[in-house]
Write a protein of this length. Structure first.
Length: 101
C-alpha cells in the first residue's frame, strides 16, 4: 500500500470594504447599502433555485434574507441612538477571502 500526501494550498486576501468615522446619516446609508446588496444576492439565489422547479427548497435563502433584514433593523436602531446622543459612528468592515484545495 502506498500513501499519498494531499497537498493543501491556501491563499488569503483581505479587502477593507469600509473603514472610518461617519455621521449617523452616512453610517445608516453605508450599512443599508451593504446589507441590501447581500439581501439581493440571496433573492437572486432563491429565484435561480426555483427556476424550473417552483417546489424547490429555498429555506436557507428565505432564512438568510430574514436574518439580514433583522440585522439591518438592529444596526438602524444602534445608529438612531448615536444620532440621538450626538455621536458619530465608526465602521470597520473587512472582507476576508480565502480558499483551500
Amino acid at each position: 500500500m502506498s500513501t499519498t500526501k494531499t497537498n493543501v494550498k491556501k491563499a488569503t486576501q483581505k479587502v477593507q470594504l469600509v473603514e472610518g468615522l461617519f455621521t449617523p446619516s452616512e453610517a445608516n446609508h453605508i450599512v443599508n447599502v451593504l446589507i441590501e446588496q447581500k439581501v439581493n444576492f440571496h433573492k437572486l439565489q432563491r429565484l435561480s433555485i426555483r427556476e424550473g422547479c417552483e417546489d424547490a427548497d429555498t429555506t436557507y435563502e428565505n432564512n438568510r434574507i430574514s436574518e439580514l433584514q433583522n440585522e439591518k433593523q438592529i444596526a438602524k436602531d444602534h445608529i438612531a441612538i448615536a444620532r440621538k446622543e450626538g455621536y458619530n459612528v465608526v465602521i470597520n468592515g473587512t472582507l476576508n477571502i480565502s480558499f483551500i484545495k
